[in-house]
Write a protein that binds this ligand. Sequence first.
Ligand code: CP
Ligand code: NVA
Length: 303
Amino acid sequence: MTLRHFLSFSDLSGSEVRTIIQRAIELKRQTRAGVAHDYLLRGKTLGMIFEKSSTRTRVSFEVGMLQLGGHALFLSPRDTQLGRGEPIEDTARVLSRMVDAVMIRTYEHEKIERFAQHATVPVINGLTDHEHPAQLLADLQTYTEQRGDIGGRRVAWIGDGNNMCNSYILAARQLGFTLAAACPEGYDPDPGIVKAAGDALELLRDPAAATRDADLVVTDVWASMGQEDEKSARRQAFTGFLVDSELMALARPDALFMHCLPAHREEEVTTEVLEGPQSVVWEEAENRLHAQKALVEFLLTGD
Ligand code: CP
Ligand code: NVA
């Protein structure tokens, strides 16, 4: 089997993503019906390196591996040699000889790429400053379950041109939807990703223009992990980028609202929208579990 990594959303083709989503939907249905999947990855292990905090990513990968009959190891720099300066390349070579796959959440994207270059097992991006592709699988599963295939739809991204936004742009290109991203000046997504997106991306400054006729409205925190010092400057720059019911009213009547969570109520989104009938954020969070089970199965078994 060829070694496959999932460092960027662009590491999967559109048809592979659709296959993984359908499998995730199937695994979810079966899990809810009490069907056990503990024979699928029996005895397989996933090493999980977390250099940033996490609730959903950690729990979903760990529980997912357990449900598939495998095991996940939580590795933090605080109590591994990574925190004492052991090179990432050495860690990649050592872990590859002991575990079947590695998930990494870190700051610089370049670090996960260097890890993957030296790994002989699949490496999964559990969030870097540049991308959050595992979250995209859950978002796309959620959209598909609620409204059918996302191809041809209009998705509004409101706020920071951050890791989530970059992965959304790549997903738009891979799956054939339009991403209308409204970002304040100075907070645009990655220029290389923007350039490659072609007409899959409309890069705007006005949240209303992006949201008009959207099928899905998505936002995220204004200050991501590692940007804590920029909080007050960002609060100023993002004035007018709050997703509230007035903004949601510009979207299509059946539009959904998503947020990868954790959310800051009354900052990037009102409680009314987050807890309202168009919000699918809890389903979206749960789908991290199902989508990642399907992803790990795909990377480890090729189906
Ligand atoms: N959405 C997400 O990745 O959440 P965590 O930071 O809790 O893992
Ligand atoms: N953009 C956010 C996503 C958190 C899941 C961050 O990087 O902190």
